[in-house]
Design a protein around this ligand. Structure first.
Ligand SMILES: Nc1ncnc2c1ncn2[C@@H]1O[C@H](COP(=O)(O)OP(=O)(O)OP(=O)(O)O)[C@@H](O)[C@H]1O
Ligand SMILES: [Mg+2]
Length: 250
């Protein structure tokens, strides 16, 4: 399976409301690689994703995906480039089914009504495939409100996968998900890695990030503290002290 969606973030700084949120952030994610992003609350992790997606202006620096410069593109002009993102908090129309929600992400210009009430609705191949890849086929016709948090998070990931087939940006896929249910999220990530998707994933569960990433990036106060293999980053003194009280010893 060919890989694409290599990401290069170079010297990115972001200032919001007069406050410097990101300071000289530089890292890359190779095509097909999975980079886990860790750091305490407020470290700037979500802002990194927003900076990649064009949702916040860059004060300095550049973002590239493969040979496409993303910097300066507005968020709405990102569609079609193959970038999908999930959200830290999922708030959807809970009476829509999993298939409907994923179909909407696959074809964002269609009105909800067109998806939902079109009596001649053809099975949407792409959405069906995405549901299958993430282990959601059994839930396709279930309204989101009936499903567990883990499945809701998977649907959010499936929406990202349906809208972007190269680079996936996942913001805390395990937040609110019980420890025992995290295995289904891990399995979905494994499936995506197997087909060569490039992944940037933020998560607060150290064991989960280590198990599901090729490399890690630790952040604090809007800066990159350390990038390396999971053991290199997890054993780093500065990383460990930034987590005091938040991360149990590994
Ligand atoms: N639009 C904004 N205007 C001003 N400050 C902001 C804005 N968005 C985020 N911030 C601030 O930037 C800092 C980084 O926020 P960000 O959401 O990127 O952190 P995070 O690492 O994702 O944290 P968490 O783990 O809690 O999700 C925080 O101090 C936050 O309050
Ligand atoms: Mg965040």
């Amino acid at each position: 399976m060919s890989s694409a969606g290599g990401l290069r973030v170079s010297n990115v700084s972001v200032v919001l409301g007069g406050v410097r949120i990101l300071e000289d952030v530089t890292f890359d994610v190779a095509p097909g690689e999975s980079l886990g992003v860790i750091g305490p609350n407020g470290a700037g992790k979500t802002t990194v994703i927003n900076a990649i997606c064009g949702l916040v202006p860059l004060m300095a620096g550049e973002v590239w995906m493969d040979d496409i410069k993303l910097t300066g593109r507005r968020a709405y002009r990102m569609r079609g480039l193959g970038i999908g993102r999930s959200l830290q908090t999922t708030q959807y129309f809970h009476d829509l089914t999993c298939l409907e929600l994923v179909s909407l992400a696959a074809a964002p210009n269609s009105a909800i009504g067109a998806v939902r009430f079109n009596g001649h609705r053809r099975p949407d191949k792409r959405s069906t495939e995405v549901l299958e890849m993430l282990g959601l086929s059994d839930y396709a016709e279930h309204p989101l409100s009936e499903l567990s948090t883990a499945v809701q998070k998977l649907v959010d990931m499936a929406r990202a996968v349906a809208s972007g087939d190269k680079l996936l940006l996942f913001d805390e896929p395990t937040s609110g998900v019980s420890q025992s249910d995290r295995a289904v999220i891990a399995k979905a990530l494994t499936s995506l890695r197997e087909v060569g998707r490039t992944i940037l994933m933020i998560d607060h569960d150290p064991a989960f990030v280590v198990a599901n990433s090729d490399r890690l990036m630790a952040m604090n106060f809007g800066r990159v503290l350390k990038i390396g293999t999971p053991p290199e980053v997890m054993q780093d003194e500065e990383v460990r002290s930034s987590y005091l009280g938040e991360m149990s010893p590994t």
